[in-house]
Design a protein around this ligand. Structure first.
Ligand code: NDP
Ligand code: GDR
Length: 367
């Protein structure tokens, strides 16, 4: 039975990858951080009792800033595959906490690779690094491929650039099977609530129920190549099953703007919008409402407004990936398009919003 170690197992990708590898018959180990409240919501459904003799899902406390802890876990697990998904992954937050972001995202990757090397596991252990389209930043070429020059635009992207080259260097210097997946944005109903897609689907679903009035966003013109996390974790595994290690761009090859995402998400609720003004203060006004999914919204309501607090000191305006190499060499194709992605995210958030509204209604009647 193959053993995989996943850092960042409590995150969006970690949870989907753990499910995927368990289905493939792996013994899956994950590193989770100690926190003052539960942080395992995304993986609770696959949790296995440590007293179970057949246990194939094991969690270890750890942190990417702590080498001794990482070395001990790797020594104990002796993994065939390490998936390094842990990161301070929020670009805007990296401007607030640049040093911490570098410590986790850049040095954390180095710590893992060094642990594998010093433990004599370079022959045995294959390594996947969660690299990112943020490396392209101020884009030098459209669409972006594996050979497009990098131009990072945030402390997050600079830290990930260090990690990217560390992976390449360990591959070349020590012959390690180590790969970079240069993944473009990928989303799901499990996406963290402060990333823009989930902020939009959750925000609009709450507004539809009258739980909130307005959604405040930053740059509506930003364009991203958005895919589904499930498709992307399948690719993470595929990259470690090749004869030779290599780096791959993973993307859909389609892009849309944040504004277009808002319009499409609102449509799932039966809401049509018109955008008025531009820049700070730009607003989305409701022009029609149909169906029963938005009882809290009326024509004329302003439900989205641009707030400069969500602007970034340096922005990545547009990203569009070319996944031809992954298609050609591994036969990978994304299966879930942007419309299906938005529909799925909206349906889950509508369900949660409706339940919350019912609960609050029930409470207020009781008072
Ligand atoms: P999430 O933010 O959902 O998950 C990040 C994970 O890292 C969480 O499990 C988090 O733990 C953990 N983590 C954070 N800091 C530390 C630390 N110091 N030590 C150990 N664990 C830590 O990210 P995603 O799942 O969306 O992304 C996975 C990886 O892929 C990240 O590295 C991200 O930068 C990268 N990436 C993501 C893309 C995307 O569009 N989703 C695109 C390209 C790259 P906790 O739950 O406790 O916070
Ligand atoms: P990104 O994702 O920065 O691409 O990083 P995010 O969803 O945060 O932003 C996408 C774009 O939307 C604009 N935007 C807003 N973003 C947020 N979070 N909140 C807002 O209110 C808002 N309004 C507009 C942003 O300015 C940006 O242009 C994600 C992360 O998962 C990284 O870890 C990963 O490496 C990259 O995707 C690929």
């Amino acid at each position: 039975m193959k053993k995989a170690l996943i850092t960042g197992i409590t995150g969006q990708d970690g949870s989907y990858l753990a499910e995927f590898l368990l289905e493939k018959g792996y013994e899956v180990h994950g590193i989770k951080r100690r926190s003052s409240s539960f942080n395992t919501e995304r993986i609770d459904h696959i949790y296995q009792d440590p007293h179970d003799r057949e246990q194939r899902f094991v969690l270890h406390y750890g942190d990417l800033t702590d080498s001794s802890n990482l070395t001990r876990i790797i020594q104990e697990v002796q993994p065939d595959e390490v998936y390094n998904l842990a990161a301070q992954s929020h670009v805007a937050v990296s401007f607030e906490s640049p040093e911490y972001t570098a410590n986790v995202d850049a040095l954390g990757t180095l710590r893992l690779l060094e642990a594998i090397r010093l433990l004599g596991l370079t022959e045995k252990t294959r390594f996947y690094q969660a690299s990112t389209s943020e490396l392209y930043g101020l884009v030098q070429e459209v669409p972006q491929t594996e050979s497009t020059p990098f131009y990072p635009r945030s402390p997050y992207a600079v830290a990930k650039l260090y990690a990217y080259w560390t992976v390449v260097n360990y591959r070349e210097a020590y012959g390690m099977y180590a790969c970079n997946g240069i993944l473009f944005n990928h989303e799901s109903p499990r996406r963290g609530e402060t990333f823009v897609t989930r902020k939009i689907t959750r925000g609009l679903a709450n507004i539809a129920q009258g739980l909130d009035r307005c959604l405040y966003l930053g740059n509506l013109d930003a364009k991203r190549d958005w895919g589904h996390a499930k498709d992307y974790v399948r690719m993470q595994w595929m990259m470690l099953q090749q004869d030779e290690p290599d780096d791959f761009v993973i993307a859909t090859g389609q892009q849309c703007s944040v504004r277009e995402f808002v319009v499409a998400a609102a449509r799932v609720l039966g809401i049509e919008l018109e955008f008025r003004g531009e820049g700070v203060g730009e607003q989305a006004v409701v022009t029609s409402v149909s169906g029963n999914d938005a009882p809290g919204v009326s024509v004329g309501d302003v439900i989205v407004e641009v707030d400069e607090r969500y602007f970034r000191p340096t922005e990545v305006e547009t990203l569009l990936g070319d996944p031809s190499k992954a298609r050609r060499e591994m036969g990978w194709e994304p299966e879930i398009g942007i419309d299906a992605l938005i529909e799925e995210m909206m349906q889950i958030d509508i369900k949660t919003g409706t339940q919350r509204a019912l609960l609050l209604g029930w409470d207020s009647q009781r008072k």
